[in-house]
Design a protein around this ligand. Sequence first.
Ligand code: 6PG
Length: 255
Amino acid sequence: MTAGDSGRRIIVCENPAEVASAAAQRLVVLSREAIEERGRMRLALAGGRTPETLYRLLAESPYQEAVAWPLIEVFWGDERCVWPDHPESNYRMAREVLLSKVPIPAANVHRMRGEFPDPDAAAREYEAVLRRVIETGGNGPPRFDLCLLGLGPDGHTASLFPGSAAVRETTRWATAAWVAKFSAYRLTLTPPLLNGARYVLFLVTGADKAEAVREVLEGPEDPDRFPAQIVQPASGRVEWLLDRDAARSLASVKG
Ligand code: 6PG
């Protein structure tokens, strides 16, 4: 089932497995387009639990063979300030279930240095990586071909949390944000970078997200309360892949 306006599409799938399958198919198509047009695909991975199903799927047939992994450059939308082998590390999860199982060169995997003692230095280092790896032609932030994002029950995405100054960042491409609810810093890409993406794919499943989904997609514009609303790519597409539980409060896709 599909709904949405010109730049945004909302697709409701039966269950999380179908969300992952739809996302995998979208990634294959977008990777082929990016490689045909630009010789490579720049992919930003989401963290958290939801995308794990997608990453496991991508590591298996037919997706394993369908993606030209040597031409994929992998980045992260955010990272916890932990060591890369820490159970909470977004990099560790992606490496374990996907990156260690596909022929992607290590040089193409650009993780955020969550282990740095100074989170701001880690964010600045990541910005330098982005600047080095993705040529921008000097005009504006690098453009991801696909940016995968999740949604928290509080409406956060990446590590842009309610009330955070990072939600309103307009200059830096990556920043360190103190997250009071976790009493911890997180590293996150900022709106200028997320909104430079050619394609943003939100993957959201579970009834615990239904209220946040409704507020973000159908509530009043208030990104300080629901930061996912700040993601509105200037010249890119946004697609929401929801399962029925996450979509259950939406008026636009009732029935
Ligand atoms: C993270 C993510 C975060 C995540 C949401 C949803 O590092 O945790 O980047 O933004 O996407 O919190 O997480 P779940 O998929 O685990 O519900």
